[in-house]
Ligand binder design. Structure first.
Ligand SMILES: [Zn+2]
Length: 441
């Protein structure tokens, strides 16, 4: 083939690709008209009354009042319901479960050596269903997921092989020596390396970011410190992680609990601080100035009671309240100082009501710490969507994902309304529907 012909052929292929791409970006598929009785505006943080949402394919096309129903569109009558964007849990571990008191190395040994990836993925799929049922249509999964099993599960959910939420995964977290395992003098089966990407210098930190990006990670998870280990990443390693992630347009989530580690991560330019239990006011002010998110993985009273149900003797409520005082106090300080807050449950323990219910209960923890219900709902919609960095998430407006939930009661009045999710839609597809009575009609 001559050079001209080759060039023409290449151009033709390019044009085809462009046309196909443009077509893919156009909302396609049958139209749905959702008549919402009372819609939550996640950006403003309030219910705005009745709204119609025209949905085509997986996207919202139009939002307004009294919209005309296009020919052939199916009408979904939610006129007696409160309708919100599908909820987002900004910190999950869908592929891990650790019983209280169980060493992490034992969990890893079971996952890697006894159960294996297939069984582990099936457990993850089951939890995915639990998130959907509780109204969580998106999760940001932050490691403890083997070698990129999270990204494979994400694809399985996206392709509809099994039902599940949108999963924005990190792959193995970038950690200092030992990861989060208890010190292991002998690790013949490389359990640490099976769950963490151990970083050994700034250049290696950059390589680790590229490995994650190449595997399809949406976010880089980094451990500036990794208790119960005493090891820490150097500032140069942290800066290399953040700089390389920025070059690739990927946000960075930093696990940090001590004020010193939080401060180093914030100075390095991470997107979010996970946990942040011991953060000082000074560091919180820096976070507010730089727009760094705090993801407070705090249990509510309901969750703490569930976790301690098996203890003997069972602790009285006053004792549990005492244990929750520290996290609540730091939450209130962060909120008062104006740090952006995104919801994350960090639930990796067995939880009777199911993972999604733990995520819902985490929102109640935020109200127990001083937020209004509407503010708490924003942390799991608008704020979490902005933190993940996908404009289509956490909001219902033209070109956003048609991810929504419908409830009989108004959750901005009381978060208990979230205990009764009657309809869950993900990308225009109904994933859960209480056929009996959609909203008490
Ligand atoms: Zn976590």
């Amino acid at each position: 083939m001559t050079r001209t012909l080759t060039a023409l052929a290449a151009l033709a292929v390019a044009c085809l690709a462009t046309a196909a791409e443009a077509q893919m970006r156009q909302p396609q598929g049958p139209a749905l008209m959702v008549r919402a009785g009372n819609l939550f505006d996640s950006e403003a943080g309030r219910m705005v009354g009745p709204r119609d949402l025209l949905i085509r394919g997986e996207l919202v096309v139009e939002v307004g009042q009294g919209l005309a129903v296009p020919d052939g569109a199916v009408v979904v009558d939610l006129s007696r319901c409160s309708v919100l964007p599908g909820l987002i849990d900004g910190h999950t571990h869908i592929l891990m479960e650790q019983a209280q008191g169980q060493p992490l190395s034992q969990v890893a040994a079971i996952d890697a050596g006894i159960e294996g990836d297939a069984l582990r993925a099936l457990s993850g799929a089951k939890r995915g269903r639990e998130y959907l049922d509780a109204g969580f249509t998106t999760i940001r999964d932050l490691g403890n997921s083997g070698r990129f099993l999270d990204l494979q599960l994400s694809r399985g959910f996206a392709e509809g092989r099994v039902p599940g939420p949108r999963l924005y995964g990190s792959g193995p977290g970038l950690a200092p020596a030992g990861g989060q395992m208890e010190p292991l003098p002998h690790d013949p089966h490389h359990l640490v390396g099976a769950e963490y990407r151990i970083v050994t210098g700034p250049d290696d930190a950059r390589a680790a970011v590229r490995e994650a990006v190449a595997a399809g990670a949406w976010v880089i998870k980094v451990y500036p410190e990794a208790t119960p280990q005493r090891t820490r990443l150097s500032v140069a390693e942290l800066e290399a992680v953040v700089d390389e992630a920025r070059r690739h347009g990927v946000p960075v989530a930093a696990h940090a609990t001590s004020d010193a580690a939080i401060r180093e991560a914030v100075m390095a330019g991470v997107t979010s601080i996970e946990h942040g239990y011991e953060v000082s006011d000074e560091t919180l002010r820096l976070m507010a100035r730089k727009g760094v998110y705090l993801v407070p993985t705090d249990p509510s009273l309901e969750m703490a009671q569930e976790f301690s149900a098996g203890w003997t003797p069972r602790p009285p409520v006053a004792e549990i309240e005492g244990m929750l005082a520290g996290p609540r106090e730091r939450f209130a300080r962060a909120h008062r100082i104006g740090v952006p807050i995104a919801m994350g449950s960090d639930l990796y323990m067995p939880y009777g009501p199911g993972r999604g219910h733990g995520s819902r209960a985490t929102l109640t923890a935020y109200v127990e710490s001083g937020m209004t219900p509407a503010e708490a709902l924003q942390t799991a919609t608008w704020n979490a969507g902005r933190m993940i960095g996908d404009d289509r998430l956490g909001v219902l407006r033209p070109r956003s994902f048609a991810d929504l939930i419908a409830l009989p009661l108004d959750p901005t009045q009381h978060l208990d309304a979230l205990k009764d999710v009657r309809l869950v839609m993900r990308g225009g597809r109904v994933e859960k529907l209480d056929l009996e009575r959609v909203c008490g009609g």
